[in-house]
Write a protein that binds this ligand. Structure first.
Ligand code: C5P
Ligand code: C5P
Ligand code: ZN
Length: 458
């Protein structure tokens, strides 16, 4: 075990001891896949420890929400996948808190479990579900929840930096082979649930020239490889293919990618490590960490995080069917969002590029669209910034690349500096961050952020 893991486990033990003093606690978590799995992990652990809880999910933590919690006045609140950026508010409102999070800390508190405090980076070494899993293992025998911990960090795209999970995430993966396994395979989305030609057709990240979005071309491509499309009148999915068939399709796809001028970065992303949940049924979204995390995002990002959490808690009836319905809408919104960016273009400045979705892309998914557009339509030499309207201002989502980080980029820092000047609040990670900017300040924000990023990269 690494020194960091030992220190995190120590801190988690202190937090667990504090939690055991209470019969009932308030839980507060984030609405994305990492937040939902974090919520489910702590809820299961509490259930097993005989501690009651009330669950609350929020889009983001700000002063208003901290005040709401203070008004409820719970004896103890456990914040998961959020909290580290709002420790000042938590202290000011006198909320007795356990914070299990991986965002860049702003302030500190006694029961604070965050990788940044122990020399690790919360953008790729461990996510909120991972810190919460460590907390759960100190509350009881909860190692079987490691699969949810991996779903959470996959939802936060923590494998992106190296094309696989590393560091604390990898320790959680390797230590729990009964519930989670890794496989190197084609990286396209939908290996468990989609007919193979559909999996190709809907590949948006990376975008594959001439295949993405083109059903006929995908069918021709697979026919040329000699793939049998159906068995007993059922479309074959990737998991139905033999190892030889998988190898054939993969190598033909790589050839196609090279011949059609895909960047070497995107070609290298066509094959990657994937994660299989061994106790889940084959052919369901929950079997594959990436499909599972998208299913959860499809609930939480539409204010239905409880539905996703029920799935994580084991519901395979009503909640699962509800989540699948939401998934259809989510997919359609992502396709529409990507098309919006393609049709309306991205504006380039000296040190960043941006697009403004107005009210056409929901603010809860504009960050996902920004990340996906960055690899397809965007220029990867510049960070990408997206705007979308929300009730109390403009939602900002920012995404960078590892190369830019190496040159000094830190988006969480840049956003929080600019927000301090203009009002609004922002934070997150070096590589991916978000903020809310007050109405009327968009232009000024753009100029100031461009300057702040320029300063980081100089
Ligand atoms: O709130 P939170 O920490 O959960 O969100 C992390 C965000 O960072 C996700 O939207 C994820 O897609 C993004 N990310 C990224 N590239 C990485 C790591 C994370 O875009 N290398
Ligand atoms: O919303 P988006 O996906 O762009 O968020 C990227 C990262 O920034 C996430 O980790 C999110 O939790 C964080 N964020 C934040 N404060 C905000 C908005 C987002 O810390 N106001
Ligand atoms: Zn997270």
């Amino acid at each position: 075990m690494s020194e960091t893991m030992v220190m995190m486990a120590d801190r988690a033990r202190e937090c667990a001891e504090e939690i055991r003093k209470y019969d009932e606690v308030q839980l507060l978590s984030h609405i994305d896949a990492d937040g939902i799995t974090s919520g489910a992990i702590i809820a299961k652990a509490l259930e097993r420890a005989g501690i009651g809880y009330d669950m609350m999910f929020v889009k983001q933590l700000d002063e208003t929400i901290v005040k709401e919690i203070a008004d409820i006045n719970p004896e103890l609140t456990i914040f998961t996948d959020l909290g580290s950026g709002q420790l000042e508010h938590i202290a000011n409102y006198g909320v007795h808190a356990i914070v299990s999070d991986h965002h860049r800390p702003q302030g500190d508190t006694k029961f604070h479990l965050n990788p940044h405090l122990f020399g690790a980076n919360g953008s790729y070494e461990i996510s909120g579900s991972g810190t919460t899993f460590i907390l759960a293992t100190q509350l009881g025998n909860n190692r079987d929840l490691a699969d949810l911990a991996i779903v959470g960090c996959v939802g936060d795209m923590q494998y992106r930096k190296y094309g696989k999970l590393v560091s604390l995430n990898k320790m959680i993966l390797d230590a729990n082979p009964e519930v989670i396994a890794s496989v190197t395979d084609i990286s396209l989305f939908g290996k468990q649930t989609r007919p193979v030609y559909k999996m190709l057709q809907f590949s948006s990240d990376p975008f594959i020239p001439r295949l993405t979005g083109n059903e006929d071309a995908c069918i021709d491509f697979l026919a040329n490889v000699g793939l049998q499309f159906a068995n007993d009148e059922k479309w074959r999915r990737w998991i139905d293919l033999s190892e030889d068939e998988k190898k054939n399709v993969t190598s033909s796809l790589l050839q196609h990618a090279m011949q059609s001028g895909m960047s070497s970065y995107n070609i290298s992303r066509l094959v990657s490590e994937g994660y299989i949940l061994l106790s889940e049924q084959e052919g369901t979204e929950m079997r594959d960490a990436s499909e599972y995390s998208t299913l959860l995002n499809a609930t939480g990002r539409y204010m239905q995080a409880e539905v996703g959490m029920q799935v994580c808690m084991g519901d395979r009836d009503e909640a699962y069917i509800g989540a699948q319905d939401l998934l259809h809408t989510h997919r359609k919104n992502l396709v529409d969002g990507l098309n919006f960016v393609k049709d309306n273009g991205i504006t380039k400045l000296s040190h960043m590029q941006y697009f403004d979705a107005g009210s056409t892309i929901p603010e809860t998914i504009v960050g996902i669209v920004a990340g996906m557009s960055h690899s397809s339509a965007g220029n990867r030499k510049l960070p990408i910034i997206a705007f979308a309207d929300k009730d109390d201002g403009y939602k900002v989502s920012a995404r960078g690349t590892q190369e830019l980080i190496n040159r000094g980029l830190n988006l969480a820092e840049a956003l929080s500096i600019v927000c301090q000047e203009l009002g609004g609040a922002g934070g997150g990670h070096d590589i991916a961050a978000g903020a809310t900017v007050p109405f009327g300040k968009k232009e000024e924000f753009i100029q100031k952020l461009n300057a702040a990023i320029a300063a980081q990269l100089s």
